[in-house]
Ligand binder design. Structure first.
Ligand code: NAI
Length: 255
């Protein structure tokens, strides 16, 4: 048995698995023997991750999904069930951000979009997962939130509101479903070096870039693999007594 965060034989579905933290998690979990469903709005990216995994001998499949659509989320679960009868873990990772700006300058459509993708998307996936896991005897839901869901996040108010919502959903549902053998936890990174953050950095001046990269005591961005390592541990049975938590990986930002 692999002694570290053993996920061998588990079926793990990841939304937003075509890029950044989701792709790093898909690679790591498949290396450790899980069957990984890589679901993404961008099917080409999801397929690239799957091909990479398969060419290294891992097991994975790609699914197209827009998590803001309840019908497409249902379709994603149907595709996952075509691969294996049970889903052990779902990682609700698909997300978007918005350009930093004072609240009055964030337009209403961007506020709604952040809520739709980051919060309603998690809600739809949780509803399907909870129904399925209740029927199959248990499972684990891992929601990727953010430090912006735990404390003030000036200039990214819409994103922050959506991530606070994800942590609320995580905690409430964890208590509701603990007796059904379903664990629900959140992961809260600070800035991680992914296409999402590179997109923000590219639109900032030098001072802004320095401020963002140095926003934690380690004075660096997190690496996607560092978040994936924690996700892998959560996916394993080593985390079996843990539910309703928001796990922080932030280079000391909240300390
Ligand atoms: P990313 O932009 O590299 O990847 C996000 C993925 O989600 C993309 O593949 C994108 O196509 C997919 N996606 C977006 N909208 C979707 C939709 N409607 N339906 C299905 N898929 C959709 O971003 P990153 O950085 O890997 O972020 C992953 C998660 O981690 C997000 O929830 C993000 O909010 C969260 N997070 C990221 C941090 C960072 O600094 N990168 C910090 C804290 C949290």
């Amino acid at each position: 048995m692999n002694p570290v965060a053993d996920v061998k034989g588990k079926h793990i579905l990841i939304t937003g698995g075509g890029s950044g933290i989701g792709a790093a998690s898909a690679r790591l979990l498949s290396e450790r023997g899980a069957l990984v469903g890589v679901a993404d709005l961008n099917l080409d990216n999801a397929q690239n991750v799957v091909e990479e995994i398969q060419s290294s001998g891992g097991k994975a499949y790609a699914v197209a999904v827009d998590v803001t659509s309840p019908e497409q989320v249902k379709g994603m679960f149907d595709s996952a069930f075509a691969q294996a009868a049970k889903i052990d873990v779902i990682i609700n990772n698909a997300g978007i951000d918005h350009m930093p700006a004072p609240l009055t300058e964030v337009d209403d459509a961007m506020f709604m979009k952040n809520l739709q993708v980051n919060l309603a998307g998690v809600w739809y996936c949780m509803k399907n997962a909870l129904t399925h896991m209740t029927a199959t005897g248990g499972g684990h839901i891992i929601n990727i939130a953010s430090v912006a869901g735990l404390r003030s996040a000036p200039m990214i108010s819409a994103y922050s509101a959506s991530k606070h919502g994800v942590i609320g959903l995580t905690k409430s549902a964890a208590v509701e479903y603990a007796r059904a053998n379903i664990r629900i936890n959140a992961v809260c990174p600070s800035f991680v070096d992914t296409p999402m953050v590179q997109g923000v950095l590219a639109r900032m001046d030098e001072r802004g870039r320095k401020g963002l990269i140095g926003a934690n005591p380690m004075k660096r961005l997190g690496k996607p693999q560092e978040i994936a390592n924690a996700i892998a541990w959560l996916c394993s049975d080593e985390s079996s007594f843990m539910t309703g938590q928001a796990v922080v990986l932030d280079g000391g930002m909240l300390a």
